[in-house]
Design a protein around this ligand. Structure first.
Ligand SMILES: [Zn+2]
Length: 481
């Protein structure tokens, strides 16, 4: 068996892991790079292998850093099936269509920006435009439609043939709706080999979702390492912090509590947490606005997949259905005009909007209007990759660039990164340690180097003989096992 890592190797985006057994190659995930624009565009425009040679894709979950290059793979000649859970398929349809819109908006913006800027003055942000040959969207709606036709759905625990000689099963990873870790059995000349890919591995006691299923012993392990050097606070502590921010907004009596959140997962968690806070009287009720059609659609998909929800969430959902007054705390905006009208709303408002790393979406317009006001508080409730606006704010930038203009920051910034849907260091160690005895190698992916290096040390201490940290490269190293 050969492994190559075409993304999320020393970083957390662009997950794309290539497995070859004999002449058969399959991919685990096929995600978009995110971060610095010119670099992301370069990495996203091509693959380091011929897409037509890939037999199938086994998709761990719908986040676009794992799924967002699938339509490009199809467009460039991939002719196989895409295996996923039913909820992952539904979320992918939503998210990939959204990718087309985001790329089209970005391309339009860059074209306008490039036209306005005389070429001799292109520097800084302009140099990104001038240096980037890829202003066009990577794919369009037709590519997404064709991609959706390639999906094969599999329930958790069901074995399926991903390619001749490669059988796989999905198990609940408890990370987002439909997320899975992958158990694979690969027929090699020496006999069958087991491989486990954690995908993005979730947390125990995470609200809404069921707990991650324990990993099974394997010869080869590919593990995420996003929080390999960090421990998360308990959810109760986070709920108290969130209640504190809600109380501060109510006391100010005006201003905004802005919560940039991924449409899938974090948005639903935030609504769920605020519902719990208000119904338990932990903070005065303030109006919450979900200003994201994408998150609203993801919320509807969540409700269509009770097989992914935990017992408590099912009980709360039944209560919400039985008593419509409980739902009044949150308003879902529909149109852009309605979103813009929020700027002049004098009430204190909580606004939940995407994108989660503040790179695009309606949250940017709320930031433009409210970043300069001390009446604004921004809760950072998700992981912020390097070179994103969210990371710059987290690092204390006093002025930031949004859509080509500079804005000063007077808003209060409150990091609440414990809301992550990823296992922390101890969670990963607990999940992986039982695999040490059998594993010939564990490969750490989906983590920045300062997170995965300490995890690698801990894994070596807990008995793993060989811990690899594959490097990000256009032509990555081939590991033969
Ligand atoms: Zn994810």
């Amino acid at each position: 068996m050969e492994l190559r890592f075409f993304g999320a190797a020393g970083g957390t985006t662009g997950s794309c892991h290539w497995i070859r057994s004999g002449e058969i190659a399959v991919l685990l995930d096929c995600g978009l790079f995110q971060g610095r624009r010119a670099e992301a565009q370069n990495r996203n425009a091509r693959f380091g292998f011929p897409p037509a040679k890939i037999r199938s894709v086994v998709l761990s979950h719908a986040h676009v850093d794992h799924s967002g290059k699938l339509p490009l793979l199809v467009r460039q000649g991939f002719d196989g099936r895409i295996h996923a859970t039913p909820a992952t398929r539904d979320l992918c349809e939503l998210l990939l269509q959204d990718c087309v819109q985001v790329m089209r908006r970005d391309a339009g913006y860059l074209h306008r920006h490039a036209e306005r800027r005389p070429p001799q003055r292109a520097s800084g942000g302009g140099a990104e435009v001038a240096a980037s040959p890829h202003l066009e969207p990577l794919y369009d709606e037709d590519d997404v439609r064709e991609t959706m036709r390639r999906f094969s759905e599999h329930a958790y625990g069901e074995w399926f043939e991903a390619a001749p000689g490669i059988r796989c099963a999905f198990h609940d990873a408890g990370h987002i709706l439909g997320s899975a870790w992958v158990e694979a059995e690969i027929q090699e000349p020496q006999g069958p080999r087991r491989l486990v890919f954690t995908g993005d591995y979730g947390r125990f006691h995470q609200p809404i979702l069921r707990d991650p299923e324990p990993l099974t012993p394997a010869d080869v392990v590919i593990s995420e390492s996003t929080y390999g050097d960090r421990l998360h606070p308990h959810y109760e502590e986070l709920e108290q912090e969130l209640a504190g921010a809600l109380r501060r907004l109510a006391e100010r009596g005006r201003g905004r509590l802005l919560i940039p959140a991924f449409a899938v997962g974090r948005s639903q968690q935030m609504l769920y947490a605020m519902h719990r806070i208000f119904t338990r009287g932990l903070a005065p009720k303030v109006q919450v606005v979900l200003d994201s059609p994408l998150a609203a659609a993801a919320t509807r998909i969540t409700l269509e997949h009770p097989e992914c929800l935990d017992e408590e969430a099912l009980v709360e959902l039944r209560r919400l259905h039985a008593d419509p007054r409980l739902r009044a705390f949150v308003h879902f905006t529909e149109s852009v005009d309605e979103s813009k009208a929020l700027n002049d709303d004098p009430r204190p408002l909580v606004i939940v909007a995407g994108s989660g790393m503040l790179e695009s979406g309606r949250i940017l317009h709320h930031l433009i209007h409210h970043l300069g006001s001390p009446l604004t508080e921004i809760l950072i409730v998700g992981f912020q990759a390097g070179n994103t606006l969210g990371r710059r704010l987290l690092e204390g930038a006093r002025t930031v660039n949004i859509l080509g203009k500079s804005y000063s920051v007077a808003a209060r910034l409150t990091p609440m990164l414990g809301y992550s849907g990823h296992a922390d260091r101890d969670g990963l160690l607990r999940a992986l340690a039982p695999l040490a005895e059998r594993a010939r190698a564990v490969f750490l992916v989906h983590g920045e180097n300062d997170q995965r290096a300490p995890l690698a040390l801990e894994l070596a201490k807990s008995g793993f003989h060989r811990v690899e940290q594959p490097e990000d490269a256009h032509s990555p190293q081939t590991y033969t096992l």
